[in-house]
Structure formats: C-alpha cells, structure tokens
Design a protein around this ligand. Structure first.
Ligand SMILES: N[C@@H](CCC(=O)N[C@@H](CS)C(=O)NCC(=O)O)C(=O)O
Length: 231
C-alpha cells in the first residue's frame, strides 16, 4: 500500500489517523456536503481546515491534490485496488463515498434520478446561487449596473421554483434521502446564512423548500457535519 506521505498535501496537513479518510475542507456550502456525507455514512475521517484567510487553497501542497484550488478534496488511504485515492469536485466525492459505503445512492432507475438532481445542483444551484451571493452580498454589490444582480436573483428564484414543485408530495428531492439532498440543501442553508437571500428570492412565498431545509437541518448527522472541520 502506498504511504500517504507520498502525497505532498499530507506534509502541510499531517494525518492524525493515517487509516482514516482525509478531508480538506471548510464549512462552506460545498465543503459541508462532504462532512455531512461522512457523518451520515459513519466512515471514519480526519478533517483538515483549508483556511481562505491564509490562502491555503493556493498552497503547492493543496494544488498537488486539487489543481483547481477549491475545497472540498479528499485523500482516501483505502481507495480502489487497495491504493490511496485523491479526489476533488464535491459531486464526484459524493458518488465515490456513496459507492464505497453502499449508502444514499440507490440502484437501477432510482440511481439516475438521484444523479440527475445531483447534476442539477452541481451545474445550476451551486454556480447560480454562488454568483447571486457575489453580486448581492460580496464585492459585486458595489457594481452600479443592476443587470448582473437581477440576472442571478431571477435565476435563483427560478431554481427555487423548480425545487418547490419537485418537493410537492415528496420529503426528499428524488423521493428517498440521497446524495442529491446532501448536495442541494447545504446551498439553501448557505445562501440564507451568508448571502441573506430571503427577501431577494421571496423565500416567504415558498412552502415545500423551507420545510425541506428544516427536515434536512434536523438530522443529527447534518448538524455534526455543518461544524466540520472546526474553524
Ligand atoms: N465545483 C466545485 C466547487 C467548489 C468551490 O467553489 N469551492 C469554494 C468554496 S464553497 C472554494 O474553494 N473557493 C476558493 C477559491 O475559489 O479560491 C465543487 O463542487 O467541489
């Protein structure tokens, strides 16, 4: 078995337990997807904080694992063929952990329904709400031209409408609780908490989406995952 010390990322963030899965993250909407998944599946993990304050995501050690300089990323000492597996992109990590644990990704047609909603998050909810946050809550709010703000607010509202309709008569986005929920719900949590999106997207007019988020946040594994890695 290749030693984890062959991976430069372990020099900056030494494993506490080298037999556990190593998570490099920060409790942002993308980061907590993976800590929540790890808590839900019960897979042992070591959570390492990648601080944006000190630009850790641009360090050579972090870039050696994820050249795209974004959290979350993992290094699983017990990957396929008994070799360590480095992995980035939260959607890919969720699929990997679901397959490794045999949890939260059903077989057959239901699998593709879950993957469809996972991709809806990766290609739509994450990027659009992220841009919305930039133009409404962060540096972009200084820009006088209202078009970027309006565009992303409209798109956020539209996506929430899609979820509102999909959740009619369903507790979870693809029926049963799955990795699609672990991808989507943290973005609702994060956009409310960090971007204060409620008024802009008319959150009060929604019924199914707020109930869904409440259901998600009530899960003990979700509550634990939202705190990992501790800041
Ligand atoms: N598509 C990526 C997006 C990851 C992402 O945007 N991560 C943000 C935090 S939520 C980040 O690391 N930003 C740091 C940077 O861009 O320098 C994924 O889902 O893993």
């Amino acid at each position: 078995m290749t030693s984890l010390s062959a991976f430069p990322i372990t020099h900056k963030w030494p494993p506490r337990d080298p037999s556990a899965l190593q998570l490099y993250s920060l409790p942002t909407p993308n980061g907590v997807k993976i800590s929540i998944m790890l808590e839900e599946t019960g897979l042992p993990y070591d959570a390492h904080l990648v601080s944006f304050d000190t630009q850790d995501q641009f360090s050579p050690e972090f870039l050696s694992l994820n050249p795209n300089n974004k959290i979350p990323a993992i290094l699983d000492p017990a990957g396929p063929e008994g070799r360590p597996l480095p992995l980035f992109e939260s959607g890919a990590i969720l699929i990997y952990l679901a397959e490794k644990s045999g949890k939260l990704l059903p077989a057959g047609a239901a699998r593709y329904e879950v993957l469809q909603w996972l991709m809806f998050q990766m290609g739509g909810v994450g990027p659009m709400l992220g841009q919305f946050g930039f133009f409404h809550a962060f540096a972009g709010k200084e820009i006088e031209d209202p078009r970027p703000r309006t565009r992303y607010a409209d798109e956020a509202k539209r996506l929430l409408g899609v979820m509102e309709r999909q959740l009619e008569g369903r507790d979870w986005i693809a029926g049963e609780y799955s990795i699609a929920d672990i991808a989507i719900a943290p973005w609702l949590w994060g956009a409310r908490k960090y971007y204060k999106m409620d008024a802009e997207v008319d959150w009060a007019s929604l019924t199914n989406v707020p109930a869904y988020l409440e259901r998600f946040l009530a899960r003990p594994a979700v509550q634990r995952g939202l705190e990992q890695p501790p800041r």
